[in-house]
Design a protein around this ligand. Structure first.
Ligand SMILES: Nc1ncnc2c1ncn2[C@@H]1O[C@H](COP(=O)(O)OP(=O)(O)OP(=O)(O)O)[C@@H](O)[C@H]1O
Ligand SMILES: [Mg+2]
Length: 384
């Protein structure tokens, strides 16, 4: 049995020399990401803001040697034939490297450092990423087993939010987590984690997210959580959501809740190009109930910008019907550039209000009333 702690020590010993130019940032807890664009162009993300560092690698060879060493350590190859490496280090940090000529400026390496703490809703609320009310509403959605997609750009905080939402799933439920490379740390009682497997040089022995979703369905899951939906598995997830695995979750790369649905649609078409787009749309709008949009703002903060409900039908033109239940409104900026704004209820009641009431959940209709300033801004209130 391999011991992760010992692995990490061996890793530290063998790689530290190669990564010594950035050792200071790897050790610094305020740095969350190190981005190396070329030997002399190294950026870090610190408290959400990206800054250039004075660090440099001796030359391109030194950087390539570091990348090859890491690849070798994690049992993977990176060379001319396989110029992209996407892997996880023993301490949980995520690395992605691309060699030239695919990377035009020279070897590129990015290290997303493993965050030692697992944030909770309380941390998100304290950081201003979500309000207490909106967090409670998401709790209600999870309790009522609403299928949820977390949508956002790269590094916007999707995985972090999925960890939090996943950990709110009622303990009685059996959860199956499926990921490309394991990063989720969902805390609940009855949980099984699956991870995809790379094939050999000919692709033999590969196990995809699709394969794992199909296997998961035979393992009596109550809920399925897919770390990131970025391929044809979208079709399998949507089918699972539509066939009795309510409360399933996943993340997708998109800039708005509407775009997240379009992205899922495109990915699902990759899964079976014979299904007409109208049929896929119908499946998507009945499968997905809630899209939570998260964004990395220009001041470096991560905020939930929309909690939208997807109605189970499309309009006459075949478009999805997406209605914001909560929406972030920016109201200004502080002198030092921090965004001032609020995630407010828009006044639109969720279509499942009756479910909230029949289940006697402590979330009354009046909590969806928007603030007065928003009502004045919009003209007329929509809440009955
Ligand atoms: N609410 C938040 N406030 C501050 N920092 C956050 C927040 N959520 C996530 N982060 C930090 O932002 C970085 C990216 O987070 P995360 O991995 O969750 O993003 P992601 O959207 O899943 O990224 P990717 O698109 O690469 O998968 C991490 O360093 C994480 O610690
Ligand atoms: Mg992620």
């Amino acid at each position: 049995m391999s011991d992760p702690k010992r692995n990490m020590t061996v890793f530290e010993d063998s790689i530290a020399t190669f990564l010594s130019p950035i050792a200071e940032y790897l050790a610094d807890d305020t740095v969350s990401e190190v981005m190396i664009n070329s030997p002399s162009e190294i950026f870090v993300e610190r408290r959400g803001m990206i800054e250039k560092t004075p660090a440099v690698f001796r030359d391109e060879q030194a950087l390539v040697a570091a990348v090859r060493n890491i690849a070798q350590f994690v049992g993977r190859r990176i060379d001319e034939d396989n110029p992209v490496l996407d892997a996880r280090l023993p301490d949980g940090s995520r690395i992605c490297a691309v060699l030239p000529p695919c990377s035009r400026k020279g070897t590129t390496l990015s290290i997303r450092k493993f965050s030692k703490s697992t944030p909770t809703f309380v941390d998100m609320i304290n950081r201003g990423s979500i309000t207490k009310e909106a967090a409670r509403f998401l709790d209600v959605c999870i309790f009522l087993a609403k299928n949820t997609i977390i949508s956002g750009g790269t590094g916007s905080g999707k995985t972090t939010l999925l960890n939090i939402l996943g950990s709110r799933i009622p303990a009685s439920q059996r959860v199956l987590v499926i990921e490309d490379s394991s990063e989720l740390k969902i805390h609940t009682e009855h949980i099984v984690f699956f991870e995809t497997k790379h094939g050999d040089e000919t692709g033999k022995g590969a196990v995809s997210i699709r394969d794992l979703i199909r296997a998961a369905l035979r393992l009596r899951p109550d809920r399925i959580v897919v770390g990131e939906v970025r391929g044809p598995e979208a079709l399998d997830l949507i089918t699972a959501m539509n066939t009795g695995h309510g409360g399933s979750m996943g993340t997708a790369h998109a800039n708005t809740p509407y775009d997240a649905l379009v992205r899922l649609e495109t990915l699902a078409m990759m899964g079976d190009s014979n299904v007409p787009v109208a049929a896929i749309r119908r499946q998507i709008c009945s499968a997905i109930h809630i899209v939570v949009q998260i964004k990395r703002m220009s001041d470096g903060s991560r905020r939930v910008t929309n909690i939208a409900e997807i109605l189970p039908e499309v309009d006459d033109a075949g478009r999805y019907l997406v209605q914001d239940i909560y929406k972030f409104i920016q109201r200004g900026r502080t002198e030092d550039g921090k965004i001032i704004g609020e995630l407010i209820p828009t006044g639109t009641l969720p279509s499942f209000m009756h479910e909230i009431e029949t289940n006697r959940l402590p979330f009354t209709r009046d909590r969806f009333t928007p603030p007065e300033w928003y009502v004045q801004m919009k003209g007329s209130p929509k809440v009955a």
